[in-house]
Unconditional design. Sequence first.
Length: 252
Amino acid sequence: MTNAQVTLIQIDNYGPWTVTPEPRREVDLQTLQSRLYADLSQLFGNREGYVFFTRFDNMVAVTNGLDADAHALIQESVGNRYPVTVSLSIAVDPAPAAALGTATSQLQDAGSAQDGERTEVLRGEPIPPERRTDDDVQIAHFDVNDATGKYTDQLNEFDSFINIEQGYAELMRYMRRAHDSLSFFVGGDNIIVVCDAVDETGYLDAIEHVREAVGVDLKVGVGTDRTAQAAGMAAKHALETCRDERTDVEFA
């Protein structure tokens, strides 16, 4: 059984800050957001976590193995480097979507995202060390079959982007609804899904659903481990096996 530890990352009072004392240039805001994501990716990644950017002012991390002190150090690092601060909310559940729901509620209970008085909140309880197992995190790494041949080398770049994004959106909705799992686009034609112990039939059903709904063909490698990074690397190796053996689903 999986036991996902999910951390919601939210920039404090970001909306009002972007227009105070006057509206800031969008290029500067985009630069800040991308640099913050890169730094958070490294800060959590150095501790075996995995960060996904979602809307950039909100980000989601899989943080199995990180305790409250590690989260507080990350907050401190952000506060020292940026003109904004972040609040963090940690939750644990076999279903990643349920964990994120709890983390979201905890942060909402602490105050609005646009409340200037809510600063560097840290809520939630990480998994105690004695409850951790080698099956806590299941990561599925999807990519599009022959994306280069079908899209990149054939279509206008924006049309290629539309096709890839349609596949991602359909997979994201399906995995959320059918398996309480969280899917994230990570560039190129790659989608990472944090899963609730989905079996081979579940993945084959998801691939078939996306093919029928939007005409995008996917394959997936699946890895399970104690941390997001370890599970993610196992999933990447399983995906390479898919490519070599021309299969739709492989487990590491």
